[in-house]
Design a protein around this ligand. Structure first.
Ligand code: AMP
Length: 450
């Protein structure tokens, strides 16, 4: 059996991870650790929950521990770029956990908190800086940071960074580097834009696919509940009560929507909190801590929070609204069924969201099973969808009398038993183009305020 030692990790690191209870390397770790130790560029398709952070952090720490000279003032040796503030904290914490005994200094810099303490800390130099792009460029602009000593650059959740529109910032940053460092590109999905970026940046990379590209984590049971838009809050309350969910992460599309749902829940004495882009970084982190500690039962989040939430064994994720960007569906449901544990991802889908549903099914290559909820059947029918986006029938509002009769039939025939997980993809996924020539700058789709 592969062990961390056979991958080439030194004893102090093996002991540190053993103390954390990691019995054996995950597939992405088996692939990436030897390649990073050998100084190679890496292109890895790995979702959150696959152990991707340790896959780059462990070998980076090992390489840093072999360097005798201290890092210069205002300098860094490793730069890890991440899309969100939460992920910056989480990745930095992992570096600290794994590297504490080896004297590797890590620091997280992100926006939403004051700049001065970050500038002060950088004066002493740090080995590993984990940063969001905006704040990093700010620090560079104020000469608080020099990139001359950067040997390794990690682009973590690169697809997400592009989705959030950071393509320009990444380009600016790369231009600020004095020489080409070792580059490790991690992405949950291999979209054409990611392949373009990889083609531009990476030099003969070790290519690792920890899970089939664009597939969802197989331990997660997924299904949709068709319903009318206006009935979603009632349906969610009904499910919460019936299923007695105690730790549920709910995704909504907008900040306003998140606040409204949270108000509704609080009005029913349900312990709920919202996290979204309007809340300050410290208050978002505090809400997350309360959720992790079990003081909050329902965390209502926009996609800003979709990444970087490390909550082990989170049993349920609910998509109150479907995401506008199909890839976000994979990121969202990656919050459940983590590290081999099973989880459930339930999406409440209304007729307006049929195009998003079709796009998600195309991306994951499977039709999501449907479960009608008696009493909440959609008056505005959600048309049948299938991978490839084929919408078999257009939405049609049935006549009142007919609708009633149909509802009666549905209530009589549908049980409360959960559907089985969807069968493996039958239809082939849309083929990603092979690594091609340098293409246009990757650009992300538009998204709503989260
Ligand atoms: P990540 O994909 O980096 O977000 O990691 C997901 C979770 O898996 C984190 O809680 C890690 O602590 C945990 N983890 C990482 N590697 C292993 C491993 N080899 N064995 C068990 N758990 C792990």
């Amino acid at each position: 059996m592969t062990s961390f030692a056979t991958l080439g990790l030194i004893a102090p690191l093996c002991q540190a991870i053993e103390a954390l209870g990691y019995a054996a390397p995950t597939p992405v770790q088996s692939g990436a650790i030897p390649a990073v130790l050998a100084g190679r560029d890496v292109l890895a398709a790995a979702q959150t929950g696959t152990g991707k952070t340790a896959a780059f952090a462990l070998p980076i720490i090992q390489r840093l521990s072999a360097i005798d000279t201290p890092v210069a003032s205002n300098s860094i040796r490793v730069l890890v770029l991440v899309p969100t503030r939460e992920l910056a904290e989480q990745v930095c914490e992992s570096f600290r956990e794994y590297g504490s005994t080896l004297g590797v200094k890590s620091f997280a810099a992100y926006g939403g908190v004051s700049l001065n303490p970050q500038m002060m800390r950088l004066r002493r130099g740090v080995d590993v800086l984990v940063a969001t792009t905006g704040r990093l460029l700010d620090l560079l602009g104020r000469n608080a940071l020099k990139l001359k000593q950067v040997d390794t650059l990690v682009l973590d959740e690169a697809d997400r960074m592009l989705d959030l529109g950071f393509a320009d910032e990444i380009t600016t940053l790369l231009q600020a580097l004095h020489r080409k460092p070792q580059i490790l590109l991690f992405s949950a999905t291999f979209s054409p834009t990611i392949r373009t970026l990889a083609d531009q940046l990476l030099d003969d990379p070790a290519s690792i696919e920890a899970s089939p590209a664009n597939s969802t984590v197989k331990e997660v049971q997924q299904w949709i509940i068709p319903c009318d838009k206006k009935k979603k809050p009632q349906l969610f309350l009904h499910l919460l009560k019936r299923e007695r969910w105690t730790q549920v992460l709910v995704f909504v599309k907008t900040r306003k929507g998140a606040d409204e749902l949270t108000e509704t829940l609080l009005g029913r004495d349900i312990r709920a909190e919202a996290i979204h882009g309007d809340r300050s970084q410290p208050s978002r982190l505090a809400a997350l801590q309360r959720f992790k500690a079990g003081e909050v039962d329902v965390l209502v989040a926009t996609d800003v929070a979709a990444r970087g939430l490390d909550i082990e064994l989170l049993p349920h994720v609910v998509n109150f609204d479907l995401p506008t960007v199909a890839e976000d569906y994979i990121h969202r449901i990656g919050r459940t069924g983590r590290a081999g544990a099973s989880g459930e991802a339930i999406s409440l889908v209304c007729a307006d969201e049929v195009d998003q549903l079709a796009a998600i099914e195309t991306l994951i290559g499977q039709t999501l099973p449907r479960e009608e909820q008696p009493g909440f059947e959609a008056e505005h029918r959600v048309p049948q969808t299938a991978p490839g986006g084929a919408v078999v029938k257009k939405p049609k509002k049935p006549k009142a009398s007919k609708a009633k009769a149909l509802q009666g039939l549905a209530s009589a025939s549908v049980g409360t038993k959960k559907p089985k997980p969807a069968a493996p993809p039958k239809a082939s996924r849309p083929a990603a183009p092979p690594f091609g020539k340098r293409g246009p700058k990757p650009a992300g789709p538009k998204r709503s305020k989260a």
